[in-house]
Design a binder for this molecule. Structure first.
Ligand SMILES: [Zn+2]
Length: 482
């Protein structure tokens, strides 16, 4: 296994000849004759009706689990789904070179689970956001894509009740939301209205900027589209206590940010880059951040052949960097080597570079309940609607040029695509725990071609419905409608 990494690493140092020779004889370099990668230890607790065994045997060996022979891929890799009964499950894995026993405990269903009950306060209370980036949600569930907005430290909110570990927040008489108790502090003072003193718009070479001067930080929400609707809550403007602004775009939405600078709320909408039709450099003037997922101590998912997601991600990302540069793009890498970079630092770096496009490269894994034999190929994720066309363009391009299963695009709340002000996409290239995909990921030519397909997809997106002319026809329309 280490040998392969050594090879991937060397390849980046341009020792391409060595790699080409080695990569034609792909098989799992297992340290032991029977290497079980997952579950990670001989005793584990897994709360799921099923799980799987992933790993590799020596080429030519067979493997049975509880006397049932399972399929072995030509690399020696295997991935086998098994059912779990409540309580203790024993699995005996037998290959030519030995036997291993695994005990998996599935917790018995507990009888003392009580659903949380909503408690409404007699009088509203004030809470203050205690951490920047705290999500405010449409439902009382602390996961998924139910986020309305993210609030900065110091913002006060009116709470009207609580449910489990969430407070119910009244943004306006007609709009309620939820925030985690752990993201706020209870305040003694009563909740007070804010004042909107002034609002104005201006533009720079790169952005349209809208500023709303307030007496204090107060909650807001924004909806995306050709018309952006910004609501500023708690400003005593009308019956619903909400000021509403509409901005009619004269371009595609390609990244924006919305945050307080002091007590002024600032909305920055990125101008669509001005493309000069250049056949050789179709991505000239475009800033792109390529993000190789995981790295260093963070391995990412571990593949059948005990190979690491972080290494595949880096290899594809570096090929992608080359391809994008050839198209004239200004490319920035969140990591260039096998090192750990926090999610926060990846986001900060992207926003500092003021990139228009952010692409995060990953390789996929599965929850215990899924069958790794049955999941293959690529999927891609976006959080904001503005990124959906880019996500589609990338996956369409992958589908066109790679002989690969395409699972499709999905909206998901990954931190790197949610918190970056670029148009942001996360690509799951293939499954490290599927033996077939694992072999593909080990193949240098696959990684190279994959990177090319992603680069082509980015180019397709940038050149889609280019609105170069319309920008000069009319200004962005900015109006206060309530
Ligand atoms: Zn990953």
């Amino acid at each position: 296994m280490d040998f392969l990494y050594f090879v991937i690493y060397y390849n980046h140092n341009m020792k391409k000849i060595l790699f080409t020779v080695i990569s034609t004889i792909l098989f799992c370099q297992t340290a032991h004759a029977l290497d079980v990668v997952y579950p990670a230890s001989a005793y584990s607790k897994i709360n799921s009706p099923a799980t799987f065994f992933v790993g590799a045997v020596k080429i030519g060996d067979t493997l049975s689990i509880n006397n049932e022979e399972i399929p072995i891929h030509r690399t020696g890799a295997f991935a086998q789904s098994v059912k779990l009964a409540p309580g203790r499950n024993e699995f005996v894995l037998t290959s030519e070179s030995g036997t291993k026993t695994y005990i998996i405990e599935r917790p018995l269903l507990g009888g003392n689970y009580k659903p949380a009950v909503f408690h409404k306060y007699n009088l509203p209370m004030t809470v203050e956001v205690s951490r920047t980036g705290a999500p405010i949600r449409a439902t009382a569930v602390q996961e998924g894509i139910n986020r309305i907005s993210h609030f900065q430290k110091g913002m006060q909110l009116k709470t009207v009740g609580e449910l489990g570990n969430m407070y119910k927040v009244e943004l306006s008489p007609s709009q309620q939301a939820w925030i985690a108790k752990s993201d706020v502090k209870m305040k003694a003072e009563p909740y007070e209205k804010a004042f909107l003193f002034d609002y104005r718009d201006r533009e720079t070479d790169s952005d349209y900027i809208y500023e709303f001067a307030l007496s204090k930080k107060t909650p807001y929400s924004i909806t995306e589209g050709d018309i952006m609707t910004l609501k500023i809550f708690n400003v005593g403007a009308n019956d619903d206590n909400t000021a509403i602004f509409k901005i009619t775009l004269n371009q595609r939405l390609m990244g924006y940010s919305l945050e307080y600078h002091g007590d002024t709320l600032v909305l920055k909408i990125k101008k669509e880059p001005n493309l000069k039709r250049a056949k050789k450099l179709p991505l000239k003037n475009i800033k792109i951040v390529v993000d190789a997922g995981h790295g260093g101590k963070e391995l990412g998912a571990v593949g059948c052949c005990r190979n690491y997601e972080k290494d595949f991600n880096l290899s594809i990302s570096r090929y992608l960097e080359e391809d994008l540069k050839k198209m004239g793009a200004n490319v920035f890498m969140t990591r260039y080597s096998d090192r750990y970079v926090s999610l926060n630092d990846r986001v900060k770096y992207t926003n500092e570079k003021d990139a228009q496009i952010f692409v995060s490269i990953h390789a996929n894994s599965l929850h215990d309940s899924k069958n790794p034999q049955k999941h293959r190929g690529s999927s891609a994720y976006y959080y904001y609607d503005e990124a959906r066309p880019l996500t589609e363009a990338i996956l369409n391009s992958v589908g066109r040029s790679m002989n690969l299963n395409i699972e499709g695009i999905k909206q998901a709340s990954f931190a790197v695509v949610r918190n970056t002000s670029a148009v942001s996409v996360l690509v799951e290239t293939a499954y490290v725990i599927n033996p077939y995909d694992n072999e593909l990921l080990m193949t240098d030519n696959f990684r190279k071609k994959y990177a090319q397909a992603v680069a082509e997809g980015i180019k397709d997106y940038v050149w889609q419905n280019q609105t170069r002319v319309s920008r000069h026809k009319h200004k962005m329309k900015f109006e206060k409608i309530s």
